[in-house]
Design a protein around this ligand. Structure first.
Ligand SMILES: [Zn+2]
Length: 87
């Protein structure tokens, strides 16, 4: 329930920022659609539009292959905001 409340306001954040193309190297963009365990957030939680969700999914999968983001995070290393560790 707490998690659901976090995403109550539903709008596409990529449309809001007028993003036409999601680069897999741009982790600041990808993080809107990643959970704290680096899982791709479903569209029903993030409120992304279909066009951007498909783009971001492809970008995240590409970023995983290039080792920019991990595929899985083990239980001990779960942190509140994983993007503070990157940079
Ligand atoms: Zn959109």
């Amino acid at each position: 329930m707490a998690e659901r409340r976090r995403f109550k306001k539903r709008y596409c954040r990529y449309c809001e920022q007028k993003v036409d193309f999601i680069d897999y190297k741009d982790l600041q963009l990808l993080k809107f659609s990643l959970s704290e365990r680096y899982k791709i957030m479903p569209r029903r939680l993030t409120g992304n539009c279909k066009k951007h969700q498909e783009m971001v999914t492809a970008a995240i999968k590409r970023a995983r292959q290039t080792a920019l983001i991990p595929y899985i995070v083990d239980r001990k290393r779960v942190v509140e905001n994983p993007f503070e560790l990157i940079k």
